[in-house]
Design a protein around this ligand. Structure first.
Ligand code: NAP
Length: 302
């Protein structure tokens, strides 16, 4: 396999070690630690698993972690009141409402109710605006795109002048990662194309990409022959394609595949991310980074 593997798992450990050291330093100097509240509505297994991962990571870093679990039947009014309680809590620097929310609740209303200066997911319109404008005003880049940009930086993949093709235009991955890479800034300065289901000749766009970021949620969408030799392939897709018996636990576990045919693509690309273990571990890591940064902003430390 000629491609260099960009392993999110290893980069996560590097970043978490940096965050842990920073948390200790700030705690020793000021007595304050980053505070994160995770609000989970209902018991959807995927949401429970994501929130559990966030809680465990926050605790392992020495954060204050508050869990607010509410039943599926919670009213919009009650949820908005809960958000408001943490908007006012000075020991909390990050508010995370796990999405999706049940039908009776307007997700937009809840996101808009979060204080933008505690919106560590980066989904509030104020933070989306800050991201688009770029520069020093960016407070909380959304976590998965921020993880992708950080992976490119740490793997020393050149972005200035690079042809970047992003497949997918969602608000949580495709659009923000495109915006981040086209900024006039170090680690960006790319020429960006965003492709979607209406794109004519997706293969032709992919073939000229120096950096190909695929976030479509379609297993094996990108064929090996679409990949430019020596390019960097970031596979964001996480697709459950079946189950297998875990050797460790003897229990059935999901078989995950990305949007790219990994084995063959790795023979052609210069860098590639695996699925699982690539972009996936970066999302929670960047949430922790945003929460730490939120405390630093509040303390006027940067
Ligand atoms: P999404 O909201 O479903 O958006 C998918 C995007 O891909 C849409 O813009 C869609 O185009 C485009 N698309 C779908 N099929 C296509 C095709 N055949 N050709 C070209 N474009 C196509 O998905 P998402 O939330 O961005 O997530 C994308 C994938 O990333 C999923 O597998 C998800 O599980 C994964 N993901 C992983 C992480 C992580 O690892 N931490 C985080 C978030 C998401 P239209 O707009 O035209 O419909």
């Amino acid at each position: 396999m000629p491609a260099t593997l960009i392993k999110g798992k290893d980069i996560r450990e590097e970043i978490l070690t940096e965050i842990r050291a920073d948390v200790e330093r700030i705690r020793d100097k000021t007595g304050a630690v980053p505070g994160l509240v995770t609000i989970l509505v209902g018991e959807d297994p995927a949401s429970v698993s994501y929130v559990t991962g966030k809680i465990k990571t926050a605790q392992s870093l020495g954060f204050k972690e508050v869990q607010e679990n509410r039943p599926e039947t919670i009213s919009e009014e009650e949820l908005l009141a809960l958000v408001e309680q943490y908007n006012r809590d000075e020991t909390i620097h990050g508010i995370l409402v796990q999405l999706p929310l049940p039908k009776q609740i307007d997700e937009k209303k809840v996101i808009n109710a979060i204080n933008p200066d505690k919106d560590v997911d980066g989904f509030h319109p104020v933070n989306v605006g800050r991201l688009l404008i770029g520069g020093g005003g960016v407070k909380f880049p959304p976590c998965t795109p921020a993880g992708i940009v950080e992976m490119l930086r740490r793997a020393e993949v050149p972005t200035a002048g690079a042809e970047v093709v992003v497949v997918g235009r969602s608000n949580i991955v495709g659009k923000p990662v495109a915006v981040m890479l086209l900024q006039k800034a170090e680690g960006a300065n790319a020429t960006v194309t965003v492709a979607h289901t209406r794109t004519r000749d997706l293969a032709a766009h992919c073939r000229r990409a120096d950096i190909l970021i695929v976030a479509a949620g379609v297993p094996g969408l990108v064929k090996p022959e679409w990949i430019k030799p020596g390019s960097c392939v970031i596979d964001v897709g996480v697709n459950r394609v079946g189950t297998k018996i875990s050797k460790k636990t003897g229990k059935p576990v999901a078989v995950l595949k990305g949007d790219v045919d990994f084995e063959k693509a790795a023979e052609i690309a210069g860098w590639i991310t695996p699925v699982p273990g690539g972009v996936g571990p970066m999302t929670i890591t960047m949430l922790m980074q945003n929460t730490l940064n939120s405390l630093k902003f509040m303390l006027g430390m940067e």
